[in-house]
Design a protein around this ligand. Sequence first.
Ligand SMILES: [Mg+2]
Length: 234
Amino acid sequence: MEVDFSNIKVIGFDADDTLWVNETYFRDTEEKFAELLDAYETKNKIDQELFKMEMANLDIYGYGIKGFMLSMIESALDLSNNQVSQNTISEILNLGKKMISHPVELLDGVEEVLSNLMGKYRLIVLTKGDLLDQERKLEKSGLSQYFHHVEVLSDKKESNYSNLLEHLDIDVNEFLMIGNSLKSDVLPILNIGAQAVHVPFHTTWAHEMVAEDEMVNNHLKLNSLKDILKYLDN
Ligand SMILES: [Mg+2]
């Protein structure tokens, strides 16, 4: 599609599954969680119950691994009718700790894109999740040097974006957001009048899915982050 990025001065990057791998580790952990509880329920049922628990807890825990760990424990108690062993609870905690300490795996072309755009645009990171965890990942990624600003939001709704742009004194007409989630990185950005580029990751969390009728055509969709360099002045 035709896009015009000539006004753009500030580019916001989502982090999880845009700069580095994230969702894959959640899927792997869900597999292991289901194995731990296979005496009580089928894998399908365990997956469903865990997701329901995460959604029920989202408002109180927010996004991130620690909330996920608590939801796994609560689901284990529910699914086992409080019979789950202390040993299994301990293993669940270890699954979460392993996720937290996992090395950061950058996605293809990330460094190339950031080093090309740095100096020509103001680059910022806009991620949601647990503050400590996201700061740790950014540090481990070695990408901090490319960014003017890093913001860890509690959510990515229109109001979160509008407030942040106002706070950072960024004109919506000069802002472009790049991310893997239509729901979090694209739709709210288009709704506030800024521009967005969608770079899908192969795995999407059910919570981040949007219905077909919410899909809009006024944004660019790329297969790889690297392709953005064809559209931006660099
Ligand atoms: Mg993401």
